[in-house]
Design a binder for this molecule. Structure first.
Ligand code: R5P
Length: 275
């Protein structure tokens, strides 16, 4: 299994524009196209990660100067999307900044499983999901689909509809210093399927899994579009009561242990050929 970006290029049998990249001693980034793009329609497929946004702008500039047309940008994983509003006074809304910058390029953008629909006001994405691909890989069971928070309800609803399973939302109630977790419906005797946009440190799905089991779920499976698995997340997930974890290959994730990686390049291929 390869990382989606290279995997998808290989699948498409489309010419791949080679790019030379280097970083100067002062830290400045340099980029040059090594193939001719004159009068060609170019699709850029790139994640937005912590520090590559400038690279994307340089790439678009290089294509345009070489008289090619960037017809669309496909963003399998849009970073910064979790900062979609101000949580603490004085913060920047990084997600809004990134989306507004991308909008200035005036290129149609296709993005997958963006953390927050709040961001659609800054950049009108053609928004798609890899979750149906993951759902196809699930064993047949009696599921109760769980949204681990209210922000993820629409995503989980879509999965519940595909599985024709009930949707339950995990609710956290604070009473003084204690936090109690309940679900909006019964999950007892069912396989709890936790649905999220990403697994980062793993705390969200682990907490939801423990709560589901304590409310009578038979077992817990988790699916998420993007697998970041930061710091010791993999270790924590292996020790957790979750039996299987399915993520896509929008990010370079290695399968292993409980983690299964589903190749979704087929979906990206469709975005390249659909106008
Ligand atoms: C939060 O709102 C997101 O949808 C994910 O639930 C969260 O980012 C997952 O992070 P972690 O795996 O660190 O709990």
């Amino acid at each position: 299994m390869k990382y989606l970006l290279s995997e998808s290029v290989r699948h498409f049998s489309l010419p791949n524009i080679r790019v030379e990249r280097k970083i100067f001693a002062d830290g400045e980034f340099y980029l040059r196209l090594l193939d001719d793009v004159k009068n060609k329609d170019v699709t850029i497929i790139s994640n937005i990660l912590a520090s590559n946004i400038l690279e994307l702008f340089l790439l678009v500039d290089a294509v345009r100067r070489a008289e090619g047309t960037v017809v669309r940008m496909i963003i399998p994983y849009l970073g910064y999307a979790r900062q979609d509003k101000i949580f603490l006074p004085g913060e920047a809304v990084s997600g809004a900044v990134v989306c507004s910058l991308l909008r200035q390029l005036n290129i149609p953008v296709v993005a997958y499983d963006v953390h927050s629909s709040e961001l659609f006001q800054y950049l009108p994405f053609d928004h798609k999901s890899v979750l149906p691909c993951l759902v196809k890989r699930l064993p047949k069971k009696k599921y109760a689909v769980i949204a681990p928070d209210h922000g993820g309800v629409e995503r989980a609803r879509m999965v519940a509809a595909l599985l024709k399973a009930p949707l339950q939302v995990m609710e956290k109630k604070r009473e003084g210093y204690s936090v109690s977790i309940t679900f909006t419906g019964k999950i007892s005797g069912k396989t709890a399927l936790i649905v999220d946009d990403m697994i980062s440190g793993g705390a969200t799905v682990i907490k939801a899994a423990k709560a589901a089991l304590s409310h009578g779920a038979k077992e817990v499976i988790a699916i998420a579009a993007h697998g970041l698995f930061l710091s010791d997340a993999r270790k924590k997930l292996e020790k957790s009561p979750i039996s299987r974890i399915l993520v896509s290959n929008t990010l370079p994730v290695k399968a292993g242990g409980k983690i299964e990686v589903v190749d979704v390049s087929e979906l990206v291929e469709k975005s390249v050929f659909t106008r």
